[in-house]
Design a protein around this ligand. Structure first.
Ligand SMILES: [Zn+2]
Length: 274
């Protein structure tokens, strides 16, 4: 599933292609959304907002399209009406004179007014947004220390969108490695300094992934590995997907475990149990 950084990168591409010109055609695959095609045609898209892994495409007539890619959804930006050959099903399309933004395979698409956004059952329960430019480490540290979160294992807390929106499987492993915390620990087992380091790592790792096309590894190290012939998937991460390979810091083999049915990776030396 794409995580917060990938969704934000998709939103940036859509904004760049779609915001400059009024829409010339809107397409919805779902029958109950068809009546809105005419309402949104001739409008401008003012902003493509992301909240965690959800996207809100805001139109200047006050309506917004909520979409969540879940596992299979995929956005593509193309020249206007230049649809790719694909077996995927087109579910939502925004066309203007120059470009088309196409959402394939997603099933969770809704039209919302402003009050409906505020009352939305998924959006209203989201936690702090890991990619929000307003998010301060102290705020996240306080959330980690809160009664609601402090006794949960970091491995489960760091997949919970109600705790931190936009977080997902690779970010979970990478953030806990950068903070040098074992996935089995709970915030209650950590010192204030460790929790502040974790909060800072959460924000910086997600932000770096967004700005550097998904690379969460040290950027200088990633460059060296790339120059040495490593493939993107091999130099991209500190630990994620690196089962049994040597840790880049201490050379201990990286361990893979399953937590909540999702794979997690960590270094047993850099991230000791206690
Ligand atoms: Zn290590």
């Amino acid at each position: 599933m794409p995580e917060g950084p990938e969704i934000r990168i998709a939103a940036d591409k859509i904004e760049k292609a779609i915001c400059p010109y009024p829409t010339t055609e809107i397409f919805f695959a779902f029958e109950h959304l068809k009546p809105f095609e005419a309402d949104l045609t001739g409008c401008r898209v003012t902003q493509v907002e992301t909240r965690g892994k959800a996207m809100l495409t805001h139109f200047d007539n006050g309506l917004s399209v909520y979409s969540h890619n879940q596992l299979y959804g995929k956005w593509m930006v193309r020249k206007a009406h230049d649809l790719p050959e694909t077996n995927r099903q087109l579910r939502f399309a925004i066309h203007n004179a120059k470009k088309s933004a196409l959402l394939y395979s997603a099933s969770d698409i809704q039209i919302l007014s402003e009050p409906e956004i505020e009352a939305h059952p998924f959006l209203s329960k989201l936690g702090l947004d890991v990619l929000s430019s307003n998010l301060e480490p102290k705020q996240l540290q306080a959330s980690l220390k809160s009664k609601k979160h402090c006794r949960r294992r970091l491995a489960t807390l760091y997949l919970d969108q109600h705790f931190l929106a936009g977080i997902g499987n690779y970010l979970r492993s990478e953030i806990l490695f950068v903070a040098r915390l074992n996935p089995q620990r709970r915030p209650a087992d950590c010192t204030d300094d460790q929790l502040l380091t974790l909060a800072e790592a959460s924000i910086s790792v997600a932000d770096q992934s967004y700005r550097h096309r998904g690379i969460t590894n040290d950027l200088a190290l990633a460059s060296r590995l790339k120059a040495g012939g490593d493939r993107y998937r091999d130099y991209r991460y500190w630990v994620f997907g690196r089962d049994q390979k040597p840790c880049y810091v201490c050379s201990t083999p990286i361990v893979k475990e399953m937590v909540s049915n999702r794979r997690i990776y960590y270094c047993p030396y850099c991230q000791p149990c206690l």
